[in-house]
Design a protein around this ligand. Structure first.
Ligand SMILES: CC(=O)SCCNC(=O)CCNC(=O)[C@H](O)C(C)(C)COP(=O)(O)OP(=O)(O)OC[C@H]1O[C@@H](n2cnc3c(N)ncnc32)[C@H](O)[C@@H]1OP(=O)(O)O
Length: 214
């Protein structure tokens, strides 16, 4: 196994670093323009900004994309992935030891399957996706590139997601639904019909009121 350089040192990177340590993976260092080169983050050396990767030959290391992704962000996670691939670097596909993936599930380069996830038979997941903690991706789903399925979301059987879709925390998608590229499903939504490209789904809101005084 080649040693790893981790991109970023925010919240998602922290969870990945913990996973890599549990899997006894050798982490050479972290690149992050927001921390001083040579400093230490959770016991790992900050190598510098993204250009520090170029000091390492492409066949000697693998990368792990520690940038998270959120609705309406700049898309840096996808941009950085494509940039580094263009320079010849490869990204490690990671499956947490406490995740379940079916024997015939197909995970492309750089896919990250976090703790507690279930991925069922016949599902295909394209490059650089995050399947976050406790999410369920049922049988025969097709997931596009750079998708983030946030913690606890559930995709029923045969769901299809385009590139760069965000499925919010705890959302539920019923079977056979198609969601177009760049769309966002808000946390807690229940999706029962197809969604086009670059659309946003808002769930119904919780009502908050003061408790009655006795
Ligand atoms: C490990 C991790 O942490 S991974 C991160 C996972 N996080 C997620 O998946 C978050 C997903 N994002 C959401 O659900 C977002 O709230 C979105 C994308 C649906 C909406 O974002 P925006 O359009 O920016 O909405 P904004 O924050 O301006 O809120 C607009 C209104 O909708 C309400 N609203 C926003 N999201 C939701 C939601 N998921 N459920 C119910 N109401 C919501 C807000 O309370 C607000 O109400 P108000 O006008 O009465 O104040």
């Amino acid at each position: 196994m080649k040693p790893i350089i981790l991109l970023g040192s925010g919240g998602h990177a922290r969870v990945l670093l913990d996973m890599l340590r549990r899997m006894c993976v050798d982490v050479l260092g972290i690149v992050d323009p927001h921390r001083p080169a040579g400093s230490d983050y959770l016991g790992v050396k900050i190598l510098g900004d993204d250009s520090a990767i170029l000091a390492y030959p492409t066949d000697r290391i693998e990368l792990v994309n520690g940038l998270g992704s959120l609705p309406r962000d700049s898309g840096l996670r996808a941009t950085l992935f494509e940039q580094c691939r263009g320079q010849g670097y490869r990204f490690r596909t990671l499956i947490d030891p406490h995740a379940f993936t079916a024997t015939d599930a197909a995970l492309a380069e750089g896919v990250q399957v976090m703790a507690g996830v279930i991925i069922q038979a016949g599902t295909q997941i394209a490059k650089n996706c995050i399947i976050n903690s406790g999410a369920v991706v049922e049988h025969d789903c097709r997931i596009g590139r750079h998708v983030h399925i946030a913690p606890g979301a559930v995709l029923s059987g045969g769901v299809e997601l385009g590139d760069k879709v965000h499925i919010g925390t705890g959302a539920t998608i019923i079977q056979g639904i198609r969601i177009g590229a760049g769309s966002v499903v808000g946390a807690g939504s229940v999706v029962t019909r197809d969604i086009g490209c670059k659309q946003i789904v808002y769930p119904s809101r919780s009502h908050v009121q003061d408790l009655q005084q006795d």
